[in-house]
Design a binder for this molecule. Sequence first.
Ligand code: ZN
Length: 320
Amino acid sequence: MQPRLVFSPQYKTPISDFGFDKPFALDRGEMVLKQLELDLGAAVPYLEPKPIGDEEILLVHTSEYLKTLQIPKTWIDLFEFKESEYFPDRAKRPLPDILNDFKLKSGGTLLAAQLSLELGLAANLGAGYHHAFPDQGRGYCAINDIAIAIKFLQKQGCIKKAMIVDLDFHQGDGTAKVFQNDPSVFTFSVHSEEGWPEIKQKSDLDIPIKQSEKDLYLEKTSAGLTKALSKFAPDMVIYVAGSDPYEKDVLPGTSFFRLPLSVMKERDELVIDTFADQGIPLSSVFAGGYGPDVWEVHYLSIRRLLERSGLSFGQTFTRR
Ligand SMILES: [Zn+2]
């Protein structure tokens, strides 16, 4: 089987290496690969990406902003840490070096998008930094890998029109801003109305969902997908498959949804199947998802993507 997943053991960024007194997040990609290997009885092949360069970053971001990523304070703000939690003398790597980790994972999003053009379906087991604006990073997002991949492929002449389907709990505000006046890219975001960011940007199609409407999540997402495709015919789709609407997400700000695994599974199958049925290339990225259990959502999503690509799994979901 030709690899269609993109990952690197270097995706794990131990934040303590950079001098922060914080536990580092679990690597969801590694856990997804482990479970797929258990299901299949064999390792699932993946490709390792190359980091993108400054030239690619500048397709989306300003050079002034890129320069500020050399200053530790920019990163402290971006991660919403306190200065008192930063101990540069304990760091194994200087803080601005963390940009290299973002460059590698952004290279993964680009590689997955390229693979989707060749193979139909592909995924980067990480990234999805949809809150990064051209001149500002925030919400753990330093550079907008989604926008960079699309602009790069347009510049290379590989695609003309792209769609972003963003179902992360939080609005894809950075991506909406990047493509605000660009008719070649359709941004579609389903998100919590009450959730962060307080000030939303204007996507081509926004479906804000109130806490009181969370039972309508699938219905509204499905209707939105139909509407988006009736307005726009993309050459390629990037699916921002955030797992933070899931009930086991531990970020306090995501408590407005708390959707069960069955709904998350149905959501991802809906998106993957809709584009696969129409023969529109789709690559997915992880985006948000916090805590020890959210990998389950990504696992089921990647499994569906592999099944739709012809890989057959003998058994159903088994907990490790
Ligand atoms: Zn999120």
